[in-house]
Every structure is written in C-alpha cells, then in structure tokens.
Design a protein around this ligand. Structure first.
Ligand code: ATP
Length: 437
C-alpha cells in the first residue's frame, strides 16, 4: 500500500499524540513497532464505536445475541479452522539489506524500497499466528496461539449460545475482542497492527437463504458507517474476484474507505457456507446442527460473517473528521466527529474566573455529567479553550458569562459552524439530546 502524496497521516498521528487519542506503545523505551495505546480521549472514542456497534448489531435486534470468548483456545480449534495449515502470507527478503516484505504487496520486478537493490529471495509462506506456551512446561504439547480472529470463539460456542438463548434460524452470535497477527509488514498507523480489536458477527441461516442474507448484511454494514457520519463518497463496496475468495466462501464483499494512503479494507462480509460448522463437527466429533421443526430434520446452518476492525473504524472516523481551515486569518484544526462518537459531548467554560461564573459553570457540569460526556475547562483565554476542544472534536461549547447572571441563559457554540446561540440553562439537556439525535 503506497503512502499518499499528502502528509495528512503525519498530521493525524501528531494530533492523536498531542490531544491524547493514540500513543506509541512503550513510548519511553523507544516504542514497540505496530502496537499502539489509546489515551484518555482515544479510549472514549473507541468505546463509543464499540457501544454503537453493539447497540446496532446486537441489542437492538431480536435475532442476534452477544458473547465474550476467551482469547486462549484449545489448539485443536486452529487445526480445525485451517489456520495452522493455511493462515499465512507470502514472505520475501531482500538479500542485500535483509528487509522483509509481503510478496503480494510488492512489485517483484522493482528493487527493494529500502536499499534500492534488486536481489530477492524466493517467496515462502509465513504463518501469522503468534505462539506461546500455556502452563508451566515449555514443550510442544503446551503450544497455544493468540487468536488471530474472534470468530472461532463463536463457532465453538454455537450449541451453547443457540441452546441457552433458545435461538431459531436465522440468528446471529456477535462478539467484540482482541485479535493478534504477526503481520509481516505493518504501517499506516492503526490500519495494520499486530494487536487489534475486531467486531464480528456470525449469522446462521438455512443454506439456501445465505445469498439473500449476505445482500442484507452487506447493505446494513455499509449503511452503518454512513450512520457514524463517515463521508459517503469515501466509502465503497468491493466484491471479491473469484480467485480472491477463500475456497469455502461463496461470495464476499469488502467495505472500503478512501484513507489518505488509498482505498483499503475496513470490513469483510462473506457467505462462508457451512464450512466452519462442518470443520468443527468433523474435528470435535460433535454434532453442530440445528433441528428444523418445519421439515423435521437436522441441518447444518450456513453462516454469513461480518468482520470489522475496531481500530480501522477509529482510524476511518479520525481521518474523515480531520479538517484544517482558516478562520479570521488564523489556522484552525477541527475534528468533525459525530456527536454520538465524540469523546466529550459538551465543554463548559466560565468566561472569566470571577463574579460567581466558575460556580455556575461547575453546577452546569454537575447537572450534565450524568447524561453526557461533559468537561469543565476554566484555563486560558476563551479562544484557546475553543481551539483545544475543536481539536478534541467536542461538538458543543457552553459559555457562562455575565449575562447568565441576569437572565439564566448561556451561549452554546457549535463546533463545525462556530455559530453561537443563547439557550436558557434549563433547556440544555433537551438542546444537546436533540442535536445528538
Ligand atoms: P488484510 O487483507 O488487510 O490483511 P484481511 O482480509 O486479512 O485484511 P480479515 O481477516 O478479513 O482481514 O479481518 C477482518 C477485519 O479485521 C479487517 O477488515 C480489519 O478491519 C481487521 N484487521 C485485520 N487485520 C488487522 C490488522 N493487522 N490491524 C488492524 N485491523 C485488522
């Protein structure tokens, strides 16, 4: 993936550090490549993304239940799923400088981008699963993998979840959790890291209904990114070509976003047929079927999978929200985050630190904080406070000034338009709730 001509990514990385969205992992020790830590604002944004997904995919639907599987799983799971044998990427080395690349991301007719010399090794397969030892002995029997996807935790719990929640086809099981891949080449910030989080849904259907359900989920997942305020013209669906499809998949679509470094995958939605349950049934010897009362038969459901990355969604939202503009001759950087995702919904500012204004502002903060992510800021000139919150993506600024003492109104400044309006203090809750909706 080529890096874009502009320096938007550099600016975004710098803003993320400056404002406390994302830090380099183990920063004081020089960092750990391709691993990131979310800071005070970043964790709020990330949690809001996950909560929104959970609400839209799980709790607002009668046909989906959630679960939370452990990261460690019996190694037989990864043999059954095919990950031990097949979860690899083609690796090539530059014989001159020893740099390593994914062959499918490179033009092998060109020289090494690191040293400019063309002297490649033959490509070989590199398994992406990270291994460790489970328990006190370090022999081959104790080898265990950090899960490279959360989906298998769902498949092995198919009977548990279906039975206890009394679900009938079609129904889904969803979960959010960490996944780990020993990626050969990393980069583009949060886009490709070795530790990341996934939001996955496995939707079980009668096999002859899978194509229809794939269409529905593709549309629904595409619309979800629009509902987060992502610019529609920067989103697209890409259907996989025949030779790109996994051998068991009937059809697959990627939701792609036009990042500053080019169009790239945000999420994959696939019709996986009965492959996953068949594999686990064969390897475990357990019957992973559902009894269809209409036809009086046991069937193996097919699965439509939606697999999205939390970190790639966060990166999309940040990149999409990032704007620089000139206001009255001065440069302003603003994150136009959707109010339902913004780490802080409303910042409350006393205009000056006297005349009882800080006390009134503190009361407003106390009043709002139970329902909204509120923030109290009395530090520095009002212009500087606005700029700080513009960079943090805070949609509403509430200023308490001397008029407040007279008529119990405050000024609300809207982040994007910078328009200001007077609103009675008593109506703040309703005003903010309406805007978020
Ligand atoms: P790629 O081709 O970019 O390596 P993939 O097709 O292997 O991705 P999937 O296995 O379909 O990805 O994973 C599902 C989702 O998990 C991806 O769409 C992405 O959002 C997320 N994801 C996968 N690998 C990473 C990673 N290394 N870092 C961050 N997110 C990832």
């Amino acid at each position: 993936m080529a890096r874009g001509g502009d320096n938007t990514m550099d600016k975004l990385v710098s803003l993320c550090k400056r404002r406390g969205f994302v830090f380099r992992n183990s920063d004081i020790y020089g960092g750990l490549e391709a691993t990131y830590d979310y800071g005070p604002l970043g964790v709020e944004l990330k949690n809001n993304v996950k909560q929104q997904w959970w609400r839209d995919v799980v709790t607002s639907r009668a046909d989906v239940v959630g679960m939370d599987a452990a990261i460690f799983m019996n190694s037989k799971v990864w043999e059954a799923s095919g990950h031990v044998q097949e979860f690899h990427d083609p690796l090539v080395d530059c014989k001159n400088c020893k740099a390593r690349y994914r062959e499918d991301h490179m033009d092998m007719d060109k020289p090494c981008p690191a040293c400019g010399i063309k002297d490649w090794t033959e490509p070989r397969q590199f398994n992406l699963m990270l291994k460790t030892h489970y328990g006190p002995s370090e022999d081959s029997a104790s080898i265990i993998y950090l899960r490279p996807e959360t989906a298998q935790g769902i498949f092995v719990n198919f009977l548990n979840a279906q039975g206890t929640a009394r679900m009938k086809l079609p129904f889904g099981i969803a979960q959010i959790g960490k996944a780990f891949r020993n990626e050969i080449t990393t980069g583009n910030f949060l886009f490709r890291s070795r530790e990341f989080e996934q939001m996955e849904l496995e939707f079980f259907v009668k096999p002859d209904e899978s194509a229809e359900w794939l269409d529905r989920w593709v549309q629904s997942r595409f619309d979800w990114y629009k509902s987060l305020g992502v610019t529609e013209s920067k989103l697209r669906l890409r259907q996989h070509e025949g030779d790109e499809l996994a051998h068991y998949a009937a059809d697959c679509y990627d939701v792609e976003y036009e990042f500053p470094f080019g169009w790239s995958e945000l999420e994959g939605i696939a019709d996986r047929g009965t492959y996953d349950l068949d594999q686990h049934a064969e390897h475990s010897g357990k019957k992973l079927t559902w009894f269809d009362p209409q036809n009086n038969e046991h069937i193996t459901p097919a699965v439509v999978e939606s697999s999205a990355g939390v970190d790639r969604t966060v990166l999309t939202i940040l990149a999409d929200a990032y704007h620089e503009e000139e206001v009255k001759g001065e440069q302003r950087t603003v994150l136009r985050l959707h109010p339902k995702l913004a780490p802080t919904t409303a910042a409350i500012y006393p205009l000056v630190n006297r005349d009882g204004l800080p006390e009134i502002a503190a009361n407003i903060f106390d009043d709002l904080k139970g329902d909204f992510a509120a923030f109290y800021d009395a530090g520095g000139s009002i212009g500087r406070r606005y700029r700080r919150q513009d960079e943090a993506g805070t949609p509403f600024g509430i200023t308490v000034d001397s008029d407040t003492l007279e008529d119990e109104t405050v000024t609300i400044r809207e982040r994007d338009s910078m328009k200001q309006e007077r609103v009675p203090m008593s109506q703040l809750h309703d005003y903010i709730s309406d805007k978020i909706r």
